[in-house]
Design a binder for this molecule. Structure first.
Ligand code: ATP
Ligand code: MG
Length: 226
């Protein structure tokens, strides 16, 4: 099964994506996390992507499509994948469809984490993550037990470079201009499931679980759209 997660920065794709993946026994792949890793270790992809990410703009579609094609050739993703943060533009969604069609596959569902921009901006302002293991916290909704320190590994918590105010604005401009049209692309194909992201992580989690249970073919996807 191929599930793609769509939503504005801070919508909760990473938080819930990991749970969805665990529930469906699928690997969770975050394009943003992998790009940050690539930048950190200075791979050719990282060197290409770095300046775009720093500016909060999207890495060009061509680079991302080459990336995903290589990814999907890896044996660990043969049984399916939860793709978090990719695709994010109509050309990426179309390119993904072409890549999958060559393998007799297709996107099964697109889960859209719907959030108001003001709420997302508020969340990003409170987001920190571990500089060692990457675990993500929210200083309001999911604070660490000891301030500034990771519960899991004791690493130092810090704000992600592109979560600083100047870059956040650019990311929302990208979301409105490039990603929103892609939501319509999936909606028109009847693949979109909208998740209301108001409330606590647990409340949203319940909605996500309900939507995921419907994937077993009990009901058509549109009925979960809410
Ligand atoms: P969140 O971490 O809350 O999900 P986000 O979706 O803005 O927020 P990431 O997915 O981590 O953040 O992506 C960070 C940056 O990585 C983006 O601003 C962009 O530069 C680059 N990036 C990630 N995925 C893609 C993609 N599919 N196409 C182009 N650029 C991407
Ligand atoms: Mg993310």
């Amino acid at each position: 099964m191929i599930i793609v997660l769509v939503g504005a920065p801070g919508a909760g794709k990473g938080t819930h994506g990991k749970r969805i993946a665990a529930k469906r026994h699928l690997p969770h792949v975050s394009s943003g996390d992998l790009l940050r890793e690539a930048v950190g270790s200075g791979t050719p992809l990282g060197r290409q992507a770095e300046r775009y990410m720093k500016a909060g703009v999207l890495v060009p579609d061509k680079i991302m499509l080459l990336w995903v094609e290589k990814l999907l050739d890896m044996p660990e993703y043969e049984a399916g994948i939860v793709l978090d943060g990719f695709p994010r533009t109509v050309p990426q969604a179309e390119g993904l469809d072409e890549i999958l069609a060559k393998r007799d596959l297709g996107v099964d569902r697109a889960l859209f984490f719907d959030i108001e921009e003001a709420a997302a901006v508020r969340r990003l302002a409170k987001r920190v993550s571990c500089t060692n293991c990457g675990l993500v916290y929210n200083l309001d909704a999911k604070p660490p037990e000891t301030p500034g320190e990771c519960d899991r590994c004791g690493g130092t918590l810090d704000v992600r470079a592109d979560d600083r105010e100047a870059t956040v604005h650019a990311r929302f401009v990208e979301f409105r201009g490039s990603t929103k049209p892609m939501i319509e692309y999936y909606r028109s194909q009847g693949k979109l499931i909208r998740i209301d992201t108001t409330g606590s992580i647990a409340e949203v989690g319940k909605r996500v679980t309900a939507a995921i249970d419907l994937l077993d073919g009990l009901e058509p996807p549109e009925s979960a759209a809410g």
